[in-house]
Design a protein around this ligand. Structure first.
Ligand code: PBG
Length: 326
C-alpha cells in the first residue's frame, strides 16, 4: 500500500553510497590542530587526569610522539608549556626570557619537523604567579601594561620558530599591538590566529589542571566574554579583523555553535573553533562509563563544529580522529 507522497526525503538515505553522495559536510585531518602539552624534564609522559589519552611530554618523548602524529597526517600542533610554580612571577618574565625550556623546545620541534605548522599561545597565565592572562595590580587586570609583555612573548615565540601565534588573553588592542611588534622585528610571515571570541567558560577546567594555571583569585570575567552574548562577539571579531588577524577563533565550540555560524556569515577570514578540554573530558568520561560510543560521539561533535561554519578545529581528538581514518 502506497500513499501518494511526492517528496520522500528517505530516498536520499537508502544506501551508504547515496548517503555519501548527499553528505554536505565532512571533517578532514587537514582541518585539525592538535593541542599538546610540554614540561621540563626527560623521559616524561604523564597523563592529565581529567583528560584520558592526553599527556604532558618532556621534549624527548614529545619528539617521538610527533613522529607518530605527523605520520598520521596531522599538519599543525598547538604547543602549551607547563611551568613549575618556582618559575612563575607577576610579570611572566619566563615567557620571553631567552633559553627557557619552552622556547628551546619550539626550536627543536621546528628543526625536527620543518613541515609542521607550529602554533603557540600568547597569554600570561602559564607563567604568571597570579594565574591570570594579564598583569595584576591591586587585584585588577591591567590592559595596556599587559600588551608590552604579550608583544615580547610573541616576538620570542616567533624567533623560536612559531608559525602561528594564538593570543588567548582577551586584552583590548592586543592583536594590533602584537602585529606591529612582529613586523618591527621582521616577522611579517608569522600569522596570528586570534582567540577573538573567548568566553568565560567552565569548560576550561581540565586544561587548567594540565598546566596548573588556574587563577589564584577571582575569575576571568573582566576580560573573557559573558556566555550570554553574541552581538558583542561581532565587535570583538571586527576589531581583530581590523588589527590584522589572519584567522578568527571562537572558544569553546559546542555551547557556542551559533557564535561560530554568526562569525562565518559576517567575516571572510578562516574561522577556527576550539573544542576545549572540558568538551573532550565529557565525552571521554561518558565513554569510559559505557554510557555512549566515544568514537561516534567524537565524529558527531567534530562534524557539528564544521557544519556550524568553522573551517579549522583545535581538538584533543585530533590524533584519535586521524587513527580512525588511517
Ligand atoms: C590560556 C588558555 C586557556 C585555554 C587555552 N589557552 C585557558 C584559560 O583561558 O583559562 C583553554 C583550552 C582548553 O580548555 O582546552 N589563556
Amino acid at each position: 500500500m502506497n500513499y501518494p507522497i511526492i517528496r520522500r526525503p528517505r530516498r536520499n538515505r537508502q544506501s551508504e553510497a547515496i548517503r555519501a553522495l548527499v553528505q554536505e559536510t565532512a571533517v578532514s585531518v587537514n582541518d585539525l590542530i592538535y593541542p599538546m602539552f610540554i614540561m621540563e624534564g626527560q623521559g616524561i609522559k604523564s597523563e592529565v587526569k581529567s583528560m584520558p589519552g592526553i599527556y604532558r611530554y618532556s621534549l624527548d618523548t614529545l619528539l617521538e610522539e610527533l613522529k607518530e602524529v605527523t605520520d598520521l597526517g596531522i599538519k599543525c600542533i598547538d604547543l602549551f608549556p607547563n611551568y613549575s610554580e618556582d618559575k612563575k612571577d607577576t610579570f611572566a618574565t619566563e615567557s620571553y626570557r631567552e633559553g627557557t625550556f619552552y622556547l628551546d623546545a619550539l626550536k627543536a620541534v621546528k628543526d625536527n619537523f620543518p613541515e609542521l605548522a607550529l602554533m603557540t599561545d600568547v597569554a600570561m597565565d602559564p607563567y604568571s604567579s597570579d594565574g591570570h592572562d594579564g598583569l595584576v595590580k591591586n587585584g585588577k587586570i591591567l590592559n595596556d601594561e599587559t600588551l608590552d609583555i604579550l608583544a615580547k612573548m610573541a616576538v620570542a615565540q616567533a624567533r623560536a620558530g612559531a608559525d602561528i601565534l594564538g593570543p588567548s588573553d582577551m586584552m583590548d588592542g592586543r592583536v594590533g599591538y602584537i602585529r606591529q611588534a612582529l613586523d618591527a622585528e621582521g616577522f611579517t610571515d608569522v600569522s596570528i590566529m586570534s582567540y577573538s571570541v573567548k568566553f568565560a567558560s567552565a569548560f576550561y577546567g581540565p586544561f587548567r589542571d594540565a598546566l596548573d594555571s588556574a587563577p589564584r583569585f577571582g575569575d576571568k570575567k573582566t576580560y573573557q566574554m559573558n556566555p550570554a552574548n553574541v552581538r558583542e562577539a561581532l565587535i570583538e571579531a571586527a576589531l581583530d579583523y581590523e588589527e590584522g588577524a589572519d584567522f578568527l577563533m571562537v572558544k569553546p565550540a559546542l555551547a557556542y555553535l551559533d557564535v561560530i555560524k554568526t562569525l562565518n556569515q559576517n567575516f571572510d577570514l578562516p574561522i577556527a573553533a576550539y573544542n576545549v578540554s572540558g568538551e573532550y573530558a565529557m565525552i571521554k568520561a561518558a565513554a569510559q562509563n559505557g554510557w555512549l560510543d566515544g568514537n561516534r560521539a567524537m565524529l558527531e561533535t567534530l562534524l557539528s563544529i564544521r557544519r556550524a561554519g568553522a573551517k579549522i578545529i583545535l581538538t584533543y581528538f585530533a590524533k584519535e580522529f586521524a587513527l580512525l581514518q588511517a
